[in-house]
Design a protein around this ligand. Structure first.
Ligand SMILES: Nc1nc2c(ncn2[C@@H]2O[C@H](COP(=O)(O)OP(=O)(O)OP(=O)(O)O)[C@@H](O)[C@H]2O)c(=O)[nH]1
Ligand SMILES: [Mg+2]
Length: 358
C-alpha cells in the first residue's frame, strides 16, 4: 500500500527481516546500456510504495549521483532494500523476503561496477531491449552471470516499442522474441561447452600424466562435465538455460510499469481451455495451438497454418489490444467500455477513475 501507515509497517518489516539472513536475496539488474535497468528498478521501487507510480521512470531513483541524473546514464551500482511477499506459496513458503536490488551501469566504462554487483548477488535480472536485441554488453553480462553462478531471470523489456514504434503484429513480435530467446540460450550453452572442453583438456592432460606414472592404470571416473550433466532434463536433453516452462523468462515494459511471467496467464486461461495451468505454461514455451473444434491443445502439424500459437492467442493478442485500444482514444474514439471489458477478461482491477483517465 502507498498510505503512510502502510509505509511505516513496510519499513518496520524490512528492518526486522534484515536480521534474518536466510530471508535475504541480493538481486542485480544487468543489461547493455539503455536497455532499461534503472527504469525497471524504478517500477519495482514504486511497487513497494517508496515512490509513486507516476514518478517511476522519471525519478531514476537509483541514479542518485548528480552526474547520473544530468547525463541520464548509470555510472555507479546502487542498492535498495525491497520487501517481497509472495502472493502464493513458493515451495510451501509464503513468508516475505528482503530483496536487495542492485541497479548496475550498462556502459562498458563502468564494467568493474557490474563485476562487483554480480559477485555479491544471488540472482539477477538480465534485461534485453526487444528492439535492440542482444548487444555486446548483453553478451558480457550473461557471461558474468554464468561465471558467478547467479540464478538468472531473462527479462524482455520495451515490448511497447514493438507495438508502437515498429507496428509489429503479435505474431511478428512472437517470432522476434523466440529468435532472441534462442540466441541467448545459444550463448549460455556456448559457455557450458567452453567449460566442458577446457575441463576435458585438463582431464586429458591429467590422464596422460597419470598414465605415464602408472603405466595404464585407469582414472577414467573423473569428474569431467559433472556440472554439465547435472543440467540434463528428464528427456535426456540438456535443458535450455532460459525457458518459459522453467519460469525464468519475463516480458514487460518498464516505462509503462508492467511485466509478467507467462505463468500468470496460464493460471488465467487454464480453466477456460480445460487444462492444467502447468500444462498450459509448457504449451506457451513452444509451438502449441488451441484447436477450437476439438477443444484440445495440439501441435503445429495438427493445427496447420491458420491457428495462432497459444502464446500469441492468450498473451500477446490481449496486450496488443490494450495498447491499440488505449491509443484509439487519442483519435476521439470512445473506448472506456472496451478497456473495462478487457480489464475484466484479464481479471485486472481498474478503478472508474483510471478508466476515464487513460
Ligand atoms: N519505450 C520504452 N522505453 C524504455 C523502457 N524502459 C526504459 N526505457 C527508456 O530507455 C532509456 C534508458 O533507460 P534506463 O532505465 O536509463 O536504461 P539503463 O539500462 O539503466 O541505462 P544505463 O544504466 O545507462 O546502462 C530511457 O529513455 C527510458 O525512458 C520501456 O519499457 N519502453
Ligand atoms: Mg541505469
Amino acid at each position: 500500500g502507498s498510505g503512510g501507515g502502510g509505509m511505516d509497517r513496510a519499513i518496520e518489516r524490512l528492518a526486522s527481516l534484515q536480521r534474518h539472513t536466510t530471508r535475504i536475496r541480493n538481486i542485480c539488474v544487468l543489461a547493455h546500456v539503455d536497455h532499461g535497468k534503472t527504469t525497471l528498478s524504478d517500477s519495482l521501487i514504486a511497487h513497494n510504495g517508496f515512490i509513486t507510480a507516476k514518478q517511476a521512470g522519471l525519478m531514476r531513483f537509483m541514479d542518485f549521483l548528480e552526474d547520473e541524473q544530468r547525463r541520464g546514464i548509470t555510472m555507479k551500482s546502487a542498492g535498495i532494500n525491497l520487501l517481497y511477499t509472495p502472493r502464493t506459496a513458493v515451495r510451501g513458503d509464503k513468508e516475505p523476503i528482503l530483496i536487495t536490488l542492485i541497479d548496475s551501469p550498462g556502459h562498458v566504462d563502468f564494467c568493474s561496477e557490474v563485476s562487483t554487483a554480480a559477485r555479491l548477488s544471488d540472482g539477477c535480472f538480465v534485461l534485453v531491449d526487444v528492439v535492440e536485441g542482444v548487444c555486446v554488453q548483453t553478451h558480457a553480462v550473461l557471461r558474468q552471470a554464468w561465471e558467478e553462478r547467479l540464478k538468472p531471470c531473462l527479462v524482455f523489456n520495451k515490448l511497447d516499442r514493438l507495438i508502437i514504434e515498429l507496428g509489429y503484429e503479435p505474431r511478428e513480435a512472437y517470432d522476434r522474441m523466440r529468435a532472441l530467446l534462442n540466441e541467448v540460450n545459444g550463448l549460455m550453452s556456448a559457455f557450458e561447452s567452453e567449460k566442458f572442453i577446457s575441463q576435458a583438456d585438463t582431464f586429458l592432460s591429467a590422464f596422460d600424466a597419470a598414465e605415464e606414472a602408472t603405466l595404464g592404470a585407469s582414472t577414467s571416473d573423473g569428474a569431467v562435465g559433472a556440472d554439465y550433466l547435472d543440467e540434463v532434463n528428464e528427456d535426456g536433453e540438456v535443458a535450455e538455460a532460459f525457458s518459459i516452462a522453467r519460469g525464468n523468462v519475463a516480458f514487460g515494459s518498464a516505462i509503462d510499469g508492467w511485466a509478467f511471467r507467462p505463468e500468470a496467464f496460464a493460471d488465467l486461461f487454464a480453466e477456460k481451455l480445460g487444462c492444467s495451468a502447468a500444462a498450459l505454461c509448457k504449451a506457451f514455451s513452444g509451438d502449441w495451438y488451441y484447436h477450437p473444434k476439438t477443444k484440445r491443445i495440439v501441435s503445429r502439424k495438427v493445427a496447420g497454418d491458420k491457428l495462432k500459437p497459444l502464446f500469441v492467442q492468450c498473451i500477446l493478442d490481449p496486450i496488443w489490444k490494450l495498447y491499440t485500444t488505449a491509443d484509439n482514444e487519442k483519435n476521439g474514439v470512445w473506448v472506456e467500455k472496451d478497456l473495462a471489458a478487457l480489464a475484466k477478461a484479464l481479471k485486472v482491477e481498474v478503478s472508474e477513475r483510471d478508466l476515464t483517465n487513460t
